[in-house]
Design a binder for this molecule. Structure first.
Ligand SMILES: [Zn+2]
Length: 172
């Protein structure tokens, strides 16, 4: 959270388009924080995106595109890895952004499996809200133990590993 992941994704989308690649941008329909058909960064930079609800839709929407950019990939869960590997097997390039550690402090699918398969991995960090060190974790500030909630400012806090307090598994 708040480490600039969507901003970095948008930068890469822009570069790919400048290089003449046809780029399809997708996002989970679950993430309706800002706009249904756009990626929007916390600083209000926007790019058009298709909202999809299941990894099965990746291939259909990727047809005729060189590059597929996917934001908030963790919303799609572990099944995303196979779907992405099929796109790569077609010769398509896939750029993704998302959270690789959940609020229990554990690896977040599909990144646990996807990261070793990736050509390039960039881990961004913000600053720990408590001590200012580089942040690796996002601590959930609202009591809700489901693995995925769509949050904005006030629902999560970026922390370092030392300051991180994992959500109790029985929290409601
Ligand atoms: Zn800290």
């Amino acid at each position: 959270m708040f480490a600039g992941k969507t901003t970095e994704l948008l930068r890469r989308i822009e570069h790919a388009r400048e290089a003449g690649e046809r780029v399809r941008v997708v996002k989970p329909t679950l993430d309706t924080r800002y706009a249904a058909h756009e990626l929007v960064t916390h600083t209000n930079v926007r790019v058009a995106a298709i909202g999809i609800s299941h990894v099965n839709e990746f291939a259909q929407h990727a047809q005729d595109f060189d590059t597929i950019a996917i934001d908030e990939l963790h919303f799609f869960g572990g099944e995303a890895t196979a779907a992405i590997e099929r796109l790569r097997a077609n010769g398509q390039r896939v750029i993704v952004a998302g959270c690789d550690i959940d609020h229990f402090g554990e690896p977040f699918a599909p990144f646990d499996v996807l990261i070793p398969l990736a050509t390039e991995v960039l881990r961004l960090s913000g600053s720990c809200a408590r001590c200012g060190a580089p942040s690796t974790h996002s601590e959930r500030l609202v009591a809700n133990s489901s693995r995925i909630i769509v949050g904005g400012i006030g629902d999560f806090e970026a922390t370092c590993a030392r300051c991180f307090r994992p959500m109790a598994r029985d929290a409601q």
